[in-house]
Design a binder for this molecule. Structure first.
Ligand SMILES: Cc1cc2nc3c(=O)[nH]c(=O)nc-3n(C[C@H](O)[C@H](O)[C@H](O)COP(=O)(O)OP(=O)(O)OC[C@H]3O[C@@H](n4cnc5c(N)ncnc54)[C@H](O)[C@@H]3O)c2cc1C
Length: 375
């Protein structure tokens, strides 16, 4: 089958690799002129690796990621460093971290960059029929995959766009360029309307993120200085992580998700995938993971369809809306809980976290961190 994929992000590349390996003729259209070289860290759980394994590249991705959390204490703390919850080890044994740049590079290598047409702004047909428009050219295919990210214009073109919803908070991310001693601990500290999290990456780097409840659109002239001031007095090594990061490597994004979950991820011969289908807040660290699951599920559905592409797409849409939409909703709820700014609500949140039994965390982890591979 001829398959056109719009977007060379994590979801589009993962799908392209799986489909290429199964003998399909795949072309990826990417608006940027070169592979992504920026980005911070990414946490991937067992569900991502189960899907990567299905796509035949699990070991390749394990090789560029780290699982060193197994030797650390992970959980949620107060800004002074005292623990609210320590996650039971079984809840995070499947967790690995990777630098996004390395993941993009590896996925691009595994596909072969000759399969990617860079610098192409690609458009779908509004009725979902199987063709892709680029400036001046219409490419006929048998199936179109739209993996063009949270701001997908193709989602709107297909009439499937519910709009975006601002979560109420902004996020900074960074990767240290000097070693920082995490003192055997990782996870996040929850303040009032502020969170700081840090986690090890391969090559002794640390990936950290920080959030602040604030109106959208704000910017500081010097984000690094602003962060150091915002998180002054928080436990060690919060300011050490910020200090050990080059100012130009600090990224800031206002956090949005889809205003409403989509009722279907397909129209005609076109399937939405990744953030284009279910952009979610990062609170459960599942955005990319769900995109990787999408890729594996579509490959599986196309492989098992006894006949039509339409049947495979219908199954894909049903399976993926059932799995990813509830995760999107839970992620938004978790964001609201974690970002609480009012002292009374923040105290209630802390009480709730402290009282959470291990078995509740394990149940959540079991459901989230395992790809329910369709049989
Ligand atoms: C602060 C933060 C932290 C996060 N942390 C995690 C985490 O720890 N774990 C996790 O699993 N997820 C995390 N996520 C979510 C994750 O980053 C995204 O879900 C994931 O990157 C989405 O991948 P994608 O391939 O769907 O889209 P993208 O990565 O956005 O890729 C879309 C691609 O499409 C291209 N494109 C757009 N329009 C066109 C067009 N018209 N024609 C051609 N190409 C086009 C773009 O240039 C881009 O390359 C986080 C998100 C944020 C904001």
């Amino acid at each position: 089958m001829r398959i056109g994929i719009i977007g060379a992000g994590i979801a589009g590349l993962s799908a392209a690799i799986g489909l290429d390996q199964r003998g399909h003729e795949v072309t990826v259209f990417e608006r940027s002129f070169a592979p992504a070289t920026t980005g911070a860290g990414l946490t991937l759980f067992g569900n991502s690796f189960e899907a990567f394994d299905f796509l035949g590249i699990g070991d390749e991705i394990r090789a560029i990621s780290t699982d060193c959390m197994t030797s650390m204490t992970l959980g949620q703390r107060r800004p002074d460093g005292s623990w609210l919850t320590k996650a039971p080890a079984a809840a995070y044994t499947s967790m690995r971290t990777v630098h996004r740049r390395d993941l993009h590079e590896r996925l691009t290598e595994l596909l072969g960059s000759d399969r990617i047409r860079y610098g192409v702004d690609a458009r779908v047909a509004a009725d979902g029929s199987p063709s892709i428009n680029t400036s001046g050219e219409t490419v006929e295919v048998d199936l179109v995959i739209v993996a063009d990210g949270i701001h997908s214009r193709n989602r709107a073109r297909l009439g499937l766009d519910p709009g975006l919803h601002y979560s109420g908070y902004t996020a900074w991310r960074g990767v240290t360029h000097q070693p920082v001693d995490l003192q055997g601990c990782a996870g996040e500290a929850l303040g009032r309307g502020q969170i700081f999290g840090c986690i090890p990456l391969p090559h002794d780097a640390v990936y950290w993120f920080a959030t602040l409840t604030t109106p959208a659109g704000g910017r500081n002239e010097d984000e690094k200085a602003a962060l150091l001031s915002l998180f002054q007095g928080w436990h060690s090594p919060v300011s050490e992580c910020i200090e050990a990061t080059r100012a130009e490597d600090i990224l800031r994004h206002d956090i949005h998700d889809l205003a409403r979950p989509l009722r279907r991820y397909t129209r005609g011969s076109t399937a939405l995938m990744g953030d284009a289908a279910h952009a979610m807040t990062p609170n459960l660290a599942q955005g990319a993971g769900q995109g990787i699951e999408d890729a594996a599920t579509l490959v599986l559905c196309l492989g098992e369809a006894e006949g039509t592409v339409e049947a495979a797409l219908a199954r894909y849409s049903q399976l993926r809306t059932r799995r990813a939409n509830p995760i999107m909703r839970r992620s938004r709820t978790a964001g609201r809980l974690f970002q609480m700014g009012h002292p009374a609500f923040a105290a209630a949140r802390n009480g709730l976290l402290k009282a959470s039994p291990d078995r509740a965390l394990l149940q959540v982890s079991k459901a989230l961190h395992h790809w329910p591979q369709p049989r």
